[in-house]
Design a protein around this ligand. Structure first.
Ligand SMILES: Cc1ncc(COP(=O)(O)O)c(C=O)c1O
Length: 381
């Protein structure tokens, strides 16, 4: 019944974990879910207020423009200038996305022919691979290992692979490893993409979720980045707006135009009222972002300290709301956590073969729940 492209998708391990979680809850277990990368914190009220006002205005009730409201794209441009010192023309170098997932899912459609190769960091956000498969491309994984600080070794990619490579997906601060990248690495990517004529797509969804004074860069800060690539960004994690579906792609105008051509044929843009709320988010007070980071940092400290007290050798991540823990067998460990402690964590293998040997904890639950999770893990030992 289904098309081959559905049958060719990798097995969705997260669905299995979900089933196991539901079964636990049905059996009366008080499950602590550290699996989902979805902030438990609410969207700041001033952003919600703008949405309510905008939604009452009939002018927002029509089809939005395909590329996005010009006021929203101008707000993105101003935010990129203030935050990263990056200049982007709102008309040609910025496009509104219905969340960054949408941009990641659509960009291979514009650049990948059947049989072309797409490089993607592994472990990685699963949509890099599935969007490649939907475009009938071939995904070549770039292993992220502890020895390489979870940065891909671009020199290790075989020449015959590079000849057929059209696109590269990468993202720092990284999901799931929580690693960050130095500017030097972004410079290397620019050189690499230029030399091999590759479209570089940087996924920067977590740039604002940072700790201990660390400030994450934009890929577009690297010299020449906007000649070879774009950056996918999103309001989801920064302003606790995962349900609102609002993001942006910024960078090279030809790549933005290619993505725009796909989008005009597939979607009808983000709701104007949501984009107006996005303007408030990007141009309004930013203390809500610092407040959220403070909360995540405290949770991170509780979890990392707790894991260390259980004998794990783990360093505190500088960014994202994830903790990437080395274990033996990722599926077995996650199953044991759920079975014996009622804790959901995501097995690393769900993010690609190189995620084996790790589980990911999302610190999207309160300090009390994380403290309880550590106590339950201690009881397991
Ligand atoms: C690395 C990464 N990129 C992109 C996304 C997509 O986020 P959104 O579509 O909400 O912008 C996520 C969401 O979890 C993510 O973890």
């Amino acid at each position: 019944m289904y098309a081959d492209r559905l049958d060719n998708l990798p097995p969705y391990l997260f669905a299995r974990i979900d089933e196991m979680k539901e079964a636990k809850i049905r059996s009366g277990v008080d499950v602590i879910d550290l699996g989902v990368g979805d902030p438990d914190l609410p969207t700041p009220p001033h952003i919600v207020e703008t949405l309510c006002t905008a939604a009452r205005d009939p002018a927002t009730h029509h089809y939005p423009s395909y590329l996005g409201l010009s006021t929203y794209r101008e707000a993105v441009s101003t935010w990129y200038k203030n935050r990263f010192g990056v200049t982007a023309d709102p008309k040609s170098e910025i496009i509104t996305l219905i969340g960054s997932k949408e941009g990641i899912a659509h960009v291979p459609e514009a650049f990948v022919n059947p049989g072309d190769i797409v490089l993607a960091t592994d472990p990685g956000y699963p949509v890099y691979k599935t969007s490649t498969l939907f475009a009938e491309g071939i995904c070549h994984p770039l292993p992220l290992t502890e020895e390489n600080n979870f940065l891909p070794d671009l020199n290790a990619i075989p020449k015959d692979i590079l000849k057929k490579t059209k696109l590269l997906f990468f993202g720092y601060p990284n999901n799931p490893t929580a690693a960050v990248a130095p500017m030097k690495f972004f410079d290397e990517v620019v050189e690499f993409a230029r030399e091999h004529s590759i479209v570089a797509v940087h996924d920067n969804a977590y740039s604002e979720i940072t700790f201990d004074g660390y400030v994450a860069p934009s890929f577009l800060q690297a010299d020449g980045a906007s000649e070879v690539g774009i950056e996918m960004h999103s309001l989801s994690k920064t302003y606790n707006m995962t349900g609102w579906r609002l993001g942006m792609a910024v960078g090279n105008r030809e790549i933005i135009a290619g993505l725009g051509r796909v989008k005009t044929n597939i979607d009808s843009g983000a709701f104007d009222a949501v984009q107006l709320a996005g303007v408030t988010a990007l141009t309004g007070p930013q203390d809500c972002v610092a407040d959220a980071c403070k909360i995540y940092q405290e949770r991170r400290d509780v979890l990392v300290k707790g894991l260390r007290s259980l004998g794990y050798d783990i360093s505190a991540p500088k960014a994202t709301f994830y903790v990437w823990l080395k274990v033996d067998d990722s599926m077995k460990f996650a199953a044991r956590l759920l079975d014996e402690a009622g804790i959901v964590a995501t097995p690393g293998i769900g993010f690609g073969a190189n995620g084996e040997g790790y589980v990911r904890f999302a610190i999207t639950r309160s300090v009390e729940r994380i403290t309880e999770a550590v106590a339950r893990m201690e009881a397991m030992h």
